[in-house]
Design a protein around this ligand. Structure first.
Ligand code: XMP
Length: 430
């Protein structure tokens, strides 16, 4: 291990990640662990330079206040405590320390080196992956999203052809999306990539299904089935690569943290497909995952792409999906993205896309009455996707996008701009 580490022990605080992030921003690696970690487990972490006992409002578990194991106080690590009464620590803070105090503890008391950077992290992970995997093979579902792409790039660097990537095109991808996955991973990084075009299979299953929840269930379930079928065709796979990132783990709850949401990345594969997991990003926050992707040489367009839901355009082609309207969503989305890029809005706006409802309106084209679909544009800003505000788009940009959609996309005669914040509207329509 190349980097020094400060360990944060969770004694019921809601601000473990804030402190971990602050310490990482100082260039020192930091991890959050449960309060009942043993001295042996701590020793296995290697290069631990100091410990912060982080108390807080959730400290009472089963009627008693939690504490660390008594033996840990005797291990000789420099310790600080936040909101956790104890006489055994070098530093005592009743509230979150300010940056100067934290620095003094990390660099002054613990003598940690500021050697946490992506290069060292990648080198460490490669070493860990190689020792975990040996000569065996790893399977990875490569969607083309940020997390799975960065995991793929990391695994290719670590184990090359021992990684088997499966890219399932469910037919609900954006324009050229699967092509760019193939271009980057197969042609440029020479990955062992299996491409499955399951478009017709998904569209068959989705025929006449209008209920959003049912659509989502069908897409999610079918995705697992296709992936499972591919996995069964392969011989000698022992490991499954996963794009699990730090928030997935933290949000699943440590012993004192409240459950925010259950960790969903791993679920879904049948019991008899037994894989050991390889999760090289599980200690990274989202912005660190992006920095890791850039360091590994992935294109910016892949690493900084906007969020895209798993069910893809399936939840943007509203109601029962038809090829005609799916095409209209895909083409209008491509125009929107192109024009946003030209106007420099792709770096400014958090998420932007189009949807096509399942009803028609009257229009005139070529001097004749027509009856066609409408495209709705949505462009929002948010911090955490829990609430969102609408981007105040420049009128000329909106007009240009509208003009292009009406001229270039078949079966569309009307374009609208969605002005609704979240709440009450969600970001997606379904
Ligand atoms: P809503 O519509 O709930 O969306 O306001 C919040 C954010 O989550 C994204 N989203 C998804 N992401 N799988 C995902 O990975 C999904 O099924 C899914 N549904 C919504 C949405 O695009 C927005 O950024």
């Amino acid at each position: 291990m190349k980097q020094d580490m400060i360990v944060i022990l969770d004694l019921g605080s809601t601000e473990n990640t804030t402190i971990a992030r602050k310490i990482r921003e100082m260039g020192v690696y930091s991890e959050i662990h449960a309060h009942d970690i043993t001295p042996e487990q701590l020793a296995e972490l290697k290069n631990v330079k100091g410990i912060i006992l982080n108390g807080g409002e959730n400290r009472i578990v089963d009627g008693a206040a939690v504490d660390i194991l008594p033996a840990l106080y005797e291990c000789g690590y420099p310790m600080a405590a936040i909101d956790h009464p104890t006489a055994k620590c070098k530093k005592q803070w009743s509230v979150l320390p300010d940056e100067a105090d934290l620095r003094e503890f990390v660099f002054g008391v613990c003598q940690a080196q500021a050697n946490w950077n992506m290069k060292n992290f990648i080198e460490d992970q490669i070493e860990l992956i190689r020792s975990q995997v040996g000569e065996k093979k790893v399977l990875l579902a490569l969607s083309g999203g940020v997390d799975s792409s960065v995991v793929a790039a990391m695994l290719i660097k670590a184990i090359g052809q021992q990684l088997v990537c499966v890219h399932v095109n469910h037919g609900l991808m954006r324009k050229n999306e699967s092509d760019s996955v193939i271009e980057v991973f197969k042609n440029q990084l020479h990955a062992n990539l299996i491409y499955v075009d399951a478009t017709e299979r998904f569209l068959d299953k989705l025929e006449n299904i209008a209920d959003p929840e049912q659509k989502r269930k069908i897409i999610g379930g079918e995705f697992i089935r296709v992936f499972e079928e591919e996995a069964r065709k392969l011989e000698g796979i022992d490991f499954l690569g996963q794009g699990t990132i730090y928030p997935d783990i933290i949000e699943s709850g440590t012993k004192t943290a409240k459950m925010v949401k259950s960790h969903h990345n791993v679920g879904g594969l049948p019991e008899d497909l037994k894989f050991e997991l390889v999760e090289p990003l599980k200690q990274l926050f989202k912005d660190e995952v992006r920095a890791c992707g850039i360091e590994l040489g992935l294109p910016e367009s892949m690493v900084y792409r906007q969020p895209f839901p798993g069910p893809g355009l399936g939840v943007r082609c509203l109601g029962a999906i038809t090829k005609e309207r799916l095409n209209a969503v895909r083409e209008s989305d491509a125009i929107l993205r192109e024009e946003f890029e030209k106007a420099g809005l792709n770096k400014k706006v958090w998420q932007y896309f189009t949807v096509v409802p399942d009803f028609k309106s009257v229009g005139v084209k070529n001097n004749a009455r027509c009856f066609d679909y409408m495209v709705i544009i949505r462009a929002i800003n948010t911090v955490d996707a829990m609430s969102a505000t609408v981007e105040r788009l420049d009128w000329d940009v909106l007009a240009r996008i509208t003009e292009r959609i009406l001229a270039e996309v078949e079966h569309v005669c009307r374009v609208c701009y969605d002005m609704s914040p979240k709440p009450p509207a969600t970001i997606e329509f379904e």
